[in-house]
Design a protein around this ligand. Structure first.
Ligand code: ADE
Length: 244
């Protein structure tokens, strides 16, 4: 069971995504639990202000430190009452680039994963000073907040939790688990506007199908993402398939 708490000023952004499709089913099966906490509930003033103008001037607002520190303390104490530890994750462009390896690591996590979503121009630096969160970047671009990255981390991790995907092999077998892009997929009908299906997939020869898929995965990776295999030492079979 993957336990996640999302700390955000925009709680309504989370439910529509985790309430659909595979994430929804994972929760129904008891393999994922997502709790959303509104950071505004941890403000101390009548107007529930969670952001303020930056010291030194400049455009945009900065999220105040205190509501975040209080929210994390509250979640930590609540977790401890259930004998749980927390792992604090802070989506940010400063972070380590998120990869499938990261997703696997999150999927195996036994602690509660607490995702702190920044918004606006950023959070008061003293949040970093006080909490030293694990920063994760989903790419070299800047978003308006950490909510979309949070959803992305939850999605990528959840599908790797055993039992979430129908076929126990599909998560392991496919793309990136082996650092290769996926082979092409086809489904019925066999003819789509005159476009057919590779004969081998209709042949029923499992070994021939396996080799074809491996070859297509290698080819796609070599052509579209050579960076993924540039340092890879190919085994005999892969070398042969790539040179066919
Ligand atoms: N917040 C804003 N931009 C982000 C990014 N690229 N990755 C993670 N969190 C972010």
């Amino acid at each position: 069971m993957l336990r996640v708490t999302v700390l955000t000023l925009f709680p309504e952004m989370i439910a529509p995504v985790v309430g659909q499709s595979i994430l929804k089913r994972a929760q129904e099966k008891g393999l994922l639990h997502v709790e959303v906490v509104n950071l505004r509930d941890f403000t101390a003033d009548r107007h529930r202000v969670a952001d303020d103008i930056p010291y030194g001037g400049g455009a945009g607002m900065v999220m105040k430190a205190e509501p975040i520190l209080r929210a994390v303390e509250t979640v930590r104490v609540a977790a401890q009452e259930h004998a749980e530890e927390i792992r604090l994750v802070f989506p940010s462009p400063h972070g380590r680039p998120f990869t499938q390896r990261h997703a696997k690591d999150l999927a195996r996590e036994r602690r509660r994963i607490v995702i702190l979503c920044g918004h606006y121009e950023g959070v008061d630096e003293r949040v970093r000073t006080a909490l030293s969160p694990e920063e994760i970047s989903i790419g070299d671009y800047v978003l308006t907040g950490g909510e979309l990255p949070a959803l992305l981390l939850i999605d990528a991790a959840t599908r790797l939790v055993p039992g979430v995907l129908g076929d126990p092999e599909s998560a392991v077998e496919e793309s990136f688990s082996d650092s290769l892009l996926e082979y092409p997929h086809y489904t019925r009908p066999a003819d789509v506007r005159g476009m057919g299906v590779p004969e081998v997939l209709l042949s029923g020869h499992h070994e021939a199908i396996r080799l074809w898929r491996r070859k297509e995965a290698l080819r796609a990776t070599y052509l579209k993402r050579p960076d993924l295999i540039k340092d890879r030492v190919l085994n005999e079979e892969d070398r042969r398939l790539l040179n066919e």
